[in-house]
Design a protein around this ligand. Structure first.
Ligand code: F3S
Length: 389
């Protein structure tokens, strides 16, 4: 991969070890991807924030890097494992709180915005169509490629940080127009059309494991942006495809995989909870403001009958607070949380619970595999019907 003389000097350590490390990361990634050079990016979004996820090793890496490094482009941050302003709200062990704070402090020291959100594209970090960005968090990068028309590879925690520090990314993969075409088409039959956001998530979970290339869908019409958010999150969970495209018809010469009532039923059955849940978790990916408004409307003045958590970014929380929505949801018994990822943070084990209902296929997958919960996926309307009175 070609490096300019300036980049060569950075790689050799002329601007410090943190910048040299970042260039080494990008150089090996770029060579692996077959990039010809590095290109400038408009923004970065960093994952690798939750102590429950990155542990001691991640903490040490971020702390070390923060001794020297500063980000050079707008950089936002994924959710973590505590509410920063109210760290004991979910009963985490004190050691967890202390470690989590150190991770956040390290990112702040580097100049990262403490957005703590997995939906940065809603308010905090809105990329323009055609702009090159380097985003980790699969649901966000797939949404940026597929819905917003920005260009990003599915970055890892380390490569997104290296991109944030240098302001560059390898010119390969989704940064090249020729790679942004479907490599496979999932044809959804008329009896299997997803009707709810939860069902779009399950379709994504089914499709994501089929290919590493962009996925075309026929038969899904024009999903709204919340359905597309769920579809992308599902795709990002079960595989490494970076993008999806809703198509009117299948292009010639591309492999086609059917999604019929049979596959739809299999996905639903695999995501059904056969016993009574102890908690309801909403917000994976975090709810947007419109989704919060919709929830408040459906809940109305009913009271929840289970422990009920809603996960938001601080920016959406503030907007909802400004319209008195947080107060209304809390009056119904819903605990509204900022900053915390529900699917990788062991909220259940901190509070003696392991059976959950969610409206998210992605959430269901991670709660089952990473947190060892028993989990079921239901659509929001059904959740409210079943777990409120
Ligand atoms: Fe967000 Fe955590 Fe889900 S980061 S997408 S709530 S797994």
């Amino acid at each position: 991969m070609y490096l300019s003389s300036e980049e060569e000097r950075a790689l050799e350590g002329e601007y410090g070890e943190a910048i040299a490390t970042s260039y080494r990361v990008l150089l090996s990634l770029g060579e692996y991807l077959g990039a010809d050079r590095l290109i400038p990016i408009k923004s970065a979004h960093i994952s690798g924030v939750n102590y429950a996820n990155i542990g001691e090793e991640g903490l040490r890496f971020v702390e070390k890097l923060s001794e020297e490094a500063k980000v050079s482009v707008k950089t936002t941050l994924n959710p973590c494992g505590i509410e920063l302003d109210n760290p004991s709200s979910l009963n985490p062990p004190s050691q967890f709180v202390e470690r989590q704070r150190k991770i956040i402090d390290s990112y702040l020291k580097m100049g990262v915005s403490p957005t703590l959100t997995c939906v940065p594209y809603e308010y905090d970090n809105k990329p323009r169509r055609g702009s090159h960005i380097a985003w980790a968090e699969s649901s966000a990068s797939i949404y940026a490629n597929s819905v917003l028309g920005a260009m990003t590879n599915r970055e890892s925690a380390i490569s997104s940080l290296a991109a944030a520090v240098t302001g560059k990314t390898p010119n390969a993969g989704m940064h090249l127009a020729e790679n942004r075409k479907p490599g496979l088409v999932v044809s959804v039959s008329s009896d299997a059309i997803p009707m709810t956001t939860a069902e779009f998530g399950l379709l994504g979970l089914f499709a994501g494991k089929l290919t590493q290339k962009p996925i075309g869908f026929t038969g899904i019409g024009k999903p709204d942006r919340y359905q597309m958010k769920a579809l992308g999150a599902g795709i990002g969970t079960s595989g490494s495809s970076p993008m999806f495209i809703a198509l009117d018809s299948k292009p010639n010469g591309i492999e086609e995989v059917p999604y019929t009532i049979h596959e739809k039923k299999e996905m639903k059955d695999a995501n059904t909870l056969s016993s009574e849940p102890q908690m309801v978790l909403l917000g994976c990916p975090f709810y947007t403001f419109s989704e919060v408004k919709k929830l408040a409307k459906i809940v109305s003045s009913k009271k929840v009958t289970k422990r009920f958590y809603l996960h938001l970014s601080r920016s959406v929380y503030e907007m909802a607070e400004g319209e008195n929505i947080i107060h209304r949801l809390e009056a119904s018994g819903i605990k509204v949380l900022k900053d915390v990822c529900p699917s990788l943070t062991p909220i259940g084990s901190w509070n003696g619970m392991d059976k959950a209902i969610t409206d998210s296929a992605k959430g269901s997958y991670y709660m089952r595999t990473a947190l060892k919960y028993k989990v079921g996926v239901l659509d929001l309307e059904t959740i409210i019907k079943q777990y409120t009175q």
